[in-house]
Ligand binder design. Structure first.
Ligand SMILES: [Zn+2]
Length: 267
């Protein structure tokens, strides 16, 4: 019997080259639960106000504080839709099937894709996903309308007031028009604001990471802030509230770090 005379090698089985990369590590970590819906990339590429985008992401991830989600987190409340008072509230009901939401959709004259089930992500795939024939203008307004419906629902919860569908739709149109003039702008103005260190302002370096811990995959963030010369300023870590999605966790970890920098006068 003849043995091959090869030395042993380390081989990372998450990548066909055998070399480890952070990307392949995350893919491995995410496994089947990694976001595969075409909705995500479509959403990130939409030119809409950031708060609409953030809202859409929370709705699609089903992490809005709808009453059914609060009940799941053992908040002691009765789940009755605050807009119609007829049935239990979940994300699909509040944004689509609630009679109040239907009135707003009708009033907006935007396309209102039919839905069969109760899954908001599947419904959004119909109009926001890869096969949708809708133009970006319609998709943008639809995201704004959903955001408007959610804001109206919140005013019912907190102020006991529901705006009329007409008022809500006209507010949507003016927000959209204002965004197109001042917010979306040209490619130049869409760039993220950049911190320029000048003579009066010290620059700092901030290193951020997110991770999922243990078998229950608790998302956490960590960051470290250093002087330009590498000396230590601060570090922090803590839990995140986000779905099992590495890209989302990273984005939220960056948000935590930016909040800290802002609150501590570095921004
Ligand atoms: Zn309702």
């Amino acid at each position: 019997m003849e043995f091959m005379n090869y030395e042993d090698l380390w081989f990372w089985e998450g990548d066909i080259t055998g070399n480890y990369s952070v990307r392949s590590g995350y893919r491995r970590l995410g496994g089947d639960l990694a976001p595969s819906s075409p909705v995500w990339s479509r959403l990130w590429n939409l030119k809409i106000p950031p708060n609409w985008k953030n809202f859409m992401w929370r709705a699609l991830s089903n992490i809005l504080p709808t009453l059914d989600n609060l009940v799941k987190k053992r908040v002691d409340i009765v789940n009755v839709c605050p807009a119609c008072g007829l049935v239990e509230e979940n994300v699909m009901h509040v944004l689509c099937s609630c009679p109040f939401a239907s009135l707003i959709w009708n009033c907006s004259q935007l396309p209102f894709p039919q839905f069969n089930g109760e899954n908001f992500l599947f419904w959004a795939e119909l109009w926001l996903g890869g096969v949708s024939a809708l133009d970006c203008e319609s998709k943008g307004k639809m995201c704004g309308l959903l955001h408007g419906i959610w804001s109206a629902r919140n005013s019912a919860v907190w102020s006991n007031v529901l705006p009329t569908p007409t008022a809500l739709c006209s507010r949507l149109l003016s927000s959209w028009a204002a965004w197109k003039v001042h917010g979306a702008g040209t490619g130049e103005s869409q760039r993220a604001p950049v911190m320029h260190a000048n003579n009066d302002q010290r620059g700092v370096a901030c290193y951020v990471d997110a991770a999922f811990h243990d078998s229950n995959r608790q998302p956490t963030y960590g960051f470290m802030v250093l002087e330009e010369d590498g000396s230590y300023i601060a570090a922090a870590n803590g839990p995140l509230v986000c779905p099992y999605d590495p890209v989302m966790a990273e984005a939220m970890a960056v948000t935590e770090a930016l909040s800290w920098l802002k609150n501590n006068g570095y921004w």
